[in-house]
Design a protein around this ligand. Structure first.
Ligand SMILES: NC(=O)c1ccc[n+]([C@@H]2O[C@H](COP(=O)([O-])OP(=O)(O)OC[C@H]3O[C@@H](n4cnc5c(N)ncnc54)[C@H](OP(=O)(O)O)[C@@H]3O)[C@@H](O)[C@H]2O)c1
Length: 253
């Protein structure tokens, strides 16, 4: 089995790469920090192909699929994981920065899906995993562009799952809550210290990685992690009220 994981140089992507390699998968690892990916690939016993790519360059994102399939054959699982997050006052974010975020978090995943889908449909097999966020379900103040990008990815992912239900291609949408990674640590540090920030249920990258692999194998439609956040899907109005009421202010507001 061959998985392409974007954003494999850190956090969730790195943990998924380790977990999938341990389970015997061949891997294509994609991120900008190629040297970090090379070091990770050297640890693995399974065939691993490394691609240094800036996914905000959408033409480069398209090339990644062909390069990966040429190196290791058809992709069985595309994992759209690379992401950027700004936790800061929205008014100070330039158009350039906001558009970069949408390219990495939403437009590059859509391009990668578009490129990989024909082969998967032809083979009537394959999984596309889209790493959205709880921010796509209950948007958090101070992360305006991020919330929108993750809601967009979740909407695309959920609708594609139903569209492709009889095609043999499985779509898995992942909604992580806080999971300890460099992105999550930076986000937490951007809010004023507050009991709500200190006490929210938080997961580990390894725990997330295990659920994603098992979700692929069991063809699960969606994953919430830590699992308690799954409630928000059924209690959306209440969950949004809790977020609006208890989200602490940003440090630099
Ligand atoms: N951790 C959480 O609490 C949490 C919660 C909800 C959702 N998520 C989502 O989970 C995913 C992984 O996040 P993480 O927490 O593991 O963050 P992370 O540790 O900051 O990792 C982000 C990854 O994305 C890659 N990346 C960023 N910009 C890129 C670009 N322009 N081109 C290619 N790759 C790029 C980074 O690689 P390079 O810097 O080497 O390019 C890195 O490997 C993201 O989509 C994030 O939104 C995380």
């Amino acid at each position: 089995m061959h998985a392409l994981i974007t954003g494999a140089s850190s956090g969730l992507g790195e943990a998924m790469a380790r977990h999938f390699a341990a389970a015997g998968w061949s891997l294509t690892l994609v991120a900008r920090r190629k040297a970090t990916l090379d070091a990770l690939a050297n640890e693995f016993q399974t065939p691993t192909h490394v691609i240094g790519a800036d996914l905000s360059n959408l033409d480069r994102a398209v090339e990644v699929i062909a390069e990966s399939q040429q190196a290791l054959g058809p992709i069985d699982a595309l994992i759209n994981n690379a992401g950027v997050q700004y936790v800061e006052p929205t008014a100070g974010i330039s158009h350039e920065r906001s558009e970069l975020l949408f390219k990495v978090n939403l437009l590059a995943p859509m391009r990668l899906i578009h490129e990989v889908l024909p082969t998967m449909l032809e083979r009537r097999s394959g999984t596309i995993v889209n790493i959205s966020s709880m921010a796509g379900i209950t948007p958090t103040p101070g992360m305006c562009h991020y919330n929108a990008s993750k809601a967009g990815l979740a909407a695309a992912s959920e609708s594609l799952r139903v569209e492709l239900a009889d095609s043999g291609v499985h779509i898995l949408t992942v909604y992580p809550g806080p999971v300890t990674t460099p992105m999550e640590t930076a986000a937490r540090d951007s809010f004023t210290p507050h009991w709500a920030v200190r006490n929210v249920p938080t997961g580990t990258p390894e725990g997330m990685a295990k659920l994603v692999l098992s979700g692929i194998l069991k063809k699960t439609p969606r994953i919430f992690y830590p699992r308690v956040y799954g409630m928000a899907r059924h209690t959306r109005v209440l969950s949004q009220w809790v977020t609006d009421t208890f989200a602490p202010p940003l440090k630099d507001e």
